[in-house]
Design a protein around this ligand. Structure first.
Ligand SMILES: [Zn+2]
Length: 370
């Protein structure tokens, strides 16, 4: 039996009093995070030339601020503890060279906090959820049941820019998953202007038309916003419009990625992809935001757990594997500038550039699986 995790997300409908308590908690979490970051930053500046001493410096904890700032005692202490864990992880990623120095949290960003299940402090009852330090159970739109044998581990409560509240409930359950005998395999080549090209038919998975239209609409709305006077009533109205469109687009993207990953996970026993470093890639290619917005990272996360749930596999091949340079027919390699859309080999083989890459990715995956 293996332990599995699954998250369930629901809309929350807090009453007036609960909204106040949630706002307080978001605020305290941000406050403590920024306080700890400030201290960590000072420590870092002080010892940055002496990595060994720097490593030995204790990380600030939320507890130390509670005397000076007694309002911190009024909110869920687990939420504050999680702020510390988040900051520690962000700092560790920076320290080990995977990320930039953590940034201060601003009220403008999406607001959220995470709390944990400890001694039954979180309870589900009659379409409501009881959370620590929140008076009365909160109304929730439970559109799907959480199976009785799924144990709640933690909850993340968030408020979007348009003022909607959500809760993501992380659960753990035990499942006996039998590995599937791998017969049907597909390779996917990441596509800059879509999602991917697959190895079998060379078909391109592209975002639906309504999604791309929504993106155009957003760009237009953002242009209007930039022309309005910041802080004015008309600006505020437009800001809300932009935020609503952004939320709608994020949902559409997520639904599309769920749909595509589900389709692949039910059709194939193994999916082969390249282990791309998106951040490095967008910098190197100067594509900026478009690579991030493409949703590849989210897509591969969905794909991985959907395959795993069925005892299937996601195989990531080395990012340095020459998938674009190689002829998938004879194995010879040649330079392929980005402008060249068709792969033509001296062996006579001719194929769409991305389709050729997808086949190479699949073959490399088959080699690893064998
Ligand atoms: Zn060839």
């Amino acid at each position: 039996m293996a332990k599995q995790n699954k998250a369930f997300k629901f809309r929350l409908y807090p009453n007036k009093e609960q909204k106040i308590q949630l706002a307080k908690t978001f605020g305290c979490v941000r406050f403590v995070y920024n306080k700890m970051l400030e201290e960590r930053k000072e420590t870092y500046e002080k010892f940055r030339n002496d990595k060994e001493t720097l490593k030995q410096q204790a990380f600030p904890t939320p507890a130390k601020y509670k005397d000076e700032f007694p309002f911190l005692k009024e909110v869920d202490s687990l939420a504050l503890a999680n702020a510390q864990i988040n900051l520690q992880n962000a700092y560790k990623n920076f320290f080990e060279g995977r990320a930039e120095f953590p940034k201060f949290k601003s009220k403008k960003n999406k607001q959220s906090y995470t709390t944990n299940m400890v001694n039954g402090n979180i309870k589900l009852e009659n379409g409501h959820i009881k959370l620590p330090k929140i008076k009365k159970p909160m109304k929730m739109n439970r559109h799907r049941e959480i199976p009785a044998d799924y144990k709640i581990k933690s909850c993340t409560i968030s408020k979007t820019k348009t003022g909607k509240y959500y809760i993501s409930i992380l659960t753990e359950y035990e499942k006996d998953i039998q590995s599937v005998k791998i017969q049907k395999v597909v390779g996917l080549d990441f596509a800059m202007d879509g999602l991917y090209v697959e190895s079998e038919q060379g078909e391109k998975a592209n975002y639906p038309r309504y999604y791309r239209q929504a993106l155009d609409k957003l760009a237009k709305a953002q242009r209007i916003l930039s022309r309005r006077k910041k802080g004015s009533a008309r600006w505020e109205k437009q800001r809300l419009k932009v935020a609503k469109l952004q939320e709608k687009i994020a949902n559409q993207r997520k639904n599309f990625l769920h749909h595509k990953s589900k389709e692949l996970a039910s059709t194939y026993d193994a999916v082969i992809i390249e282990d791309l470093d998106m951040k490095g890639m967008s910098q190197a290619l100067n594509f900026g935001k478009s690579v991030h917005d493409n949703g590849w990272g989210m897509f591969t996360t969905f794909l991985e757990y959907k395959l795993k749930e069925q005892g299937k596999q996601l195989v990531k091949i080395d990012k340095w594997f020459p998938s674009t340079k190689k002829c998938s027919c004879c194995g010879k390699e040649k330079e392929m500038p980005l402008s060249k859309r068709v792969y033509e080999c001296s062996c006579g083989f001719v194929l769409d550039r991305d389709h050729n890459s997808a086949i190479n990715i699949k073959n490399e995956g088959l080699r690893i699986l064998a």
